[in-house]
Ligand binder design. Structure first.
Ligand SMILES: NC(=O)c1ccc[n+]([C@@H]2O[C@H](COP(=O)([O-])OP(=O)(O)OC[C@H]3O[C@@H](n4cnc5c(N)ncnc54)[C@H](OP(=O)(O)O)[C@@H]3O)[C@@H](O)[C@H]2O)c1
Length: 305
């Protein structure tokens, strides 16, 4: 499994990570098998959030980890805060309370990376800064980042936050590419030219923030999986063709498409199926050519100007 450096931090982590949003429905034994399998495949990075399963995913993960031979120190645990029922909350009080909850549920005394989950329209960056400094000073959180933020929102946080923001976790898959479309359709009247994210990808490259791609197999807002889906024949035919050529599964080819981007994007996959995870992990060793990358992009329904 290839590694990548997260932002400007010292962290070198697997370029494929396991997202634990869907873990809550597993038995403790099955969750343990998923964690063991991920480690065997070289995945050392696990993505959580306080809200996944209402906290159950974090709790189950910790209980399952105890059944494995994997030790906490060999894992990078990332979690998120800021989404509450019906609103977003980046207040100092909530950020700290959320981290305390995650620490308890994950049964650990430190979080490797804490992300602000989704922008809070009422954010007061001074409060975020106070919360981050308190959490860093107490050793409860080692690194910080954001999710679903645009560059100006990051800049606003940076005005007050002392710590490096090393990650921005964004939705990106072969069938969800607004981050890429606008950059290919500069100054045009067509829909893909609309900049929906204020050029997050270019900003991240300029400022050495790592983009993490969430839901790499979903289309729409987690509407369903496009791989093997008859509604998307063209992209599936091309995925099959490239997967066959590279000797990997279609799902691995879809992840290889994300990993091919020179921004060095980390892909957060959400499968809870060990066989599927093993097949996806092979994406890490696949290098698509420029032509193959563009062929897949066009097969996903995108026209080049
Ligand atoms: N920051 C955010 O706002 C945000 C939002 C959503 C998610 N996330 C993070 O991103 C992670 C991944 O999200 P996700 O679970 O929606 O992503 P995903 O990897 O695109 O989807 C995984 C789901 O697709 C299913 N699936 C069916 N066929 C598949 C195939 N051929 N290949 C791969 N998967 C297939 C899997 O089922 P099986 O388990 O049966 O394989 C699983 O239920 C989450 O766990 C979370 O950590 C972050």
């Amino acid at each position: 499994m290839n590694k990548l450096q997260l932002g400007k931090s010292e962290l070198e982590v697997s370029d494929i990570a396991l997202g634990c949003m869907r873990m809550k429905d597993l038995t403790k034994e099955n969750a343990a098998a998923v964690i063991e399998n991920a480690r065997e495949e070289g995945i050392d990075f696990f993505d959580h959030a306080d809200i996944y399963g209402g906290g159950d995913s974090e709790e189950l993960f910790a209980k399952a980890l105890k059944l494995t031979s994997v030790s906490r120190q060999n894992l990078i645990l990332q979690t998120k805060c800021g989404i509450r029922p019906g609103f977003f909350d980046f207040s100092k009080e909530h950020i700290i309370a959320s981290v305390e909850g995650s620490l308890r549920r994950l049964n650990t005394d430190y979080i490797d990376i804490l992300l602000l989950h989704r922008p809070d329209a009422l954010v007061e960056p001074e409060e975020v800064a106070e919360a981050f400094t308190e959490l860093e000073t107490s050793g409860k959180v080692r690194h910080f980042g954001v999710s679903n933020h645009n560059p100006m929102q990051v800049e606003l946080l940076k005005k007050h936050v002392q710590q490096e923001l090393i990650v921005n976790q964004m939705q990106l898959s072969l069938m969800h590419t607004p981050m890429i479309d606008a950059g290919l359709n500069v100054n045009m009247h067509n829909d893909p030219a609309v900049v929906r994210d204020s050029s997050t990808l270019d900003y991240s490259r300029l400022h050495d923030m790592t983009i993490q791609a969430w839901s790499p197999f979903q289309y729409g807002m987690i509407k369903g999986v496009f791989v093997g889906n008859d509604n998307f024949p063209e992209v599936n035919t091309k995925l099959q063709e490239i997967a066959e050529k590279k000797g990997v599964s279609d799902s691995a080819a879809a992840v290889a498409w994300i990993l091919r981007h020179p921004a060095r994007i980390q892909t957060i996959v959400g499968t809870m199926n060990t066989e599927r995870l093993s097949s996806i992990a092979k994406a890490s060793g696949v290098q698509l050519t420029k032509e193959e990358w563009y062929e897949l992009y066009r097969a996903a329904g995108n026209e080049l100007p």
